[in-house]
Design a protein around this ligand. Structure first.
Ligand SMILES: NC(=O)c1ccc[n+]([C@@H]2O[C@H](COP(=O)([O-])OP(=O)(O)OC[C@H]3O[C@@H](n4cnc5c(N)ncnc54)[C@H](OP(=O)(O)O)[C@@H]3O)[C@@H](O)[C@H]2O)c1
Length: 265
């Protein structure tokens, strides 16, 4: 896909990965709708893009609100419509599942799964009527390999991957397609606290957000179907799908350590 003049709606626009994706897309001539909660980071991003010759507008949204997906879709249609939707906003929790609280489980499903589903559903009719469009869902390696301490987040990202696969098959032949992108651990604010300490202690592979943003834009330009970022994680995803008990054994030793970090959250 040539990104020039494409109208792109992106949630989580001002976040660690989102901001860099937006800057890259703006450089390629995309016409951006920056969706995020109101804040200085969002305003600064808007100023930076428009100040350097790019095209961007802001759409405020709080994806925790029950009808956020529908409202954001309506605002985007009123702002001129959407060629590409990037569902990128996300929240994470790292703790033993027995210590997870019920309210947080709901919050995570709302932001990570329900709001993007609502938003996608609401934008699809216009894309289908035009016979073109792309939905880009940002998943995670944890959406293929579920991880100790990340039960809710893993379940959310498995759902995002399931949605992407089902939708891609459902939309086959319509001109509208789905790209699912799965980053591995990336150094951004989502990983603050114990998740960051655990990842450092276990010497997990970590990516800089600019590398991840570059890969996200590349995946969109290539009209990729599924795009996994990072080796050997992309290989483990395949191994886990075919031989999950082998991966159970490989992870057993580090799981005890991860449980210790997750226990204190
Ligand atoms: N970083 C990683 O290790 C990693 C790995 C794999 C996948 N991912 C995925 O990559 C995506 C981006 O994550 P990131 O690393 O860039 O995290 P981040 O820096 O924390 O950014 C998350 C973005 O989502 C927004 N957001 C959170 N709650 C929201 C809400 N209720 N309404 C509207 N926007 C909300 C945040 O806005 P506020 O600033 O207002 O909270 C922020 O802009 C997520 O889907 C994440 O799951 C990240």
């Amino acid at each position: 896909m040539n990104l020039k003049d494409k109208r792109i709606l992106i949630t989580g626009a001002a976040g660690g990965i989102g901001r860099l994706v937006c800057l890259l897309l703006a450089n390629k001539g995309a016409d951006l709708l920056l969706a995020d909660r109101p804040g200085e980071a969002l305003e600064a991003l808007l100023t930076e893009i428009n100040g350097s010759g790019g095209k961007a507008r802001v759409l405020h949204t709080n994806l925790l609100e029950q009808d956020a997906g529908e409202s954001l879709a309506q605002a985007a249609q009123e702002a001129g419509g959407v060629d590409v939707l990037i569902n990128l906003a996300g929240i994470l929790s790292f703790r033993l599942f027995q210590n997870e609280n019920a309210e947080n489980i709901q919050r995570m499903w709302q932001v990570n799964v329900i709001a993007p589903m609502q938003l996608t559903r609401a934008l699809l009719p216009a894309m289908l009527a035009r016979g073109s469009g792309r939905v880009v869902n940002i998943g995670s390696i944890f959406g293929s390999i579920a991880f100790v301490g990340f039960a809710t987040y893993s379940a959310n990202k498995f759902a995002v991957r399931g949605l992407s696969e089902a939708l891609r098959r459902e939309l086959d032949g319509t001109g509208v397609d789905v790209t699912y992108i799965a980053p591995r651990y990336t150094k951004t604010p989502i990983n603050a606290g114990a998740a960051a300490r655990m990842s450092e202690a276990l010497k997990m592979n970590m990516d800089d957000p600019d590398l991840v943003a570059t890969n996200i834009v590349r995946a969109i330009e290539k009209d990729a179907k599924d795009y996994y970022i990072g080796f050997p994680e992309c290989l483990f995803v395949r191994l886990n799908a075919i031989l999950p008990r082998v991966v159970d054994c490989a992870m057993r030793k580090q799981n005890a350590q991860i449980r210790e970090y997750a226990r204190n959250e």
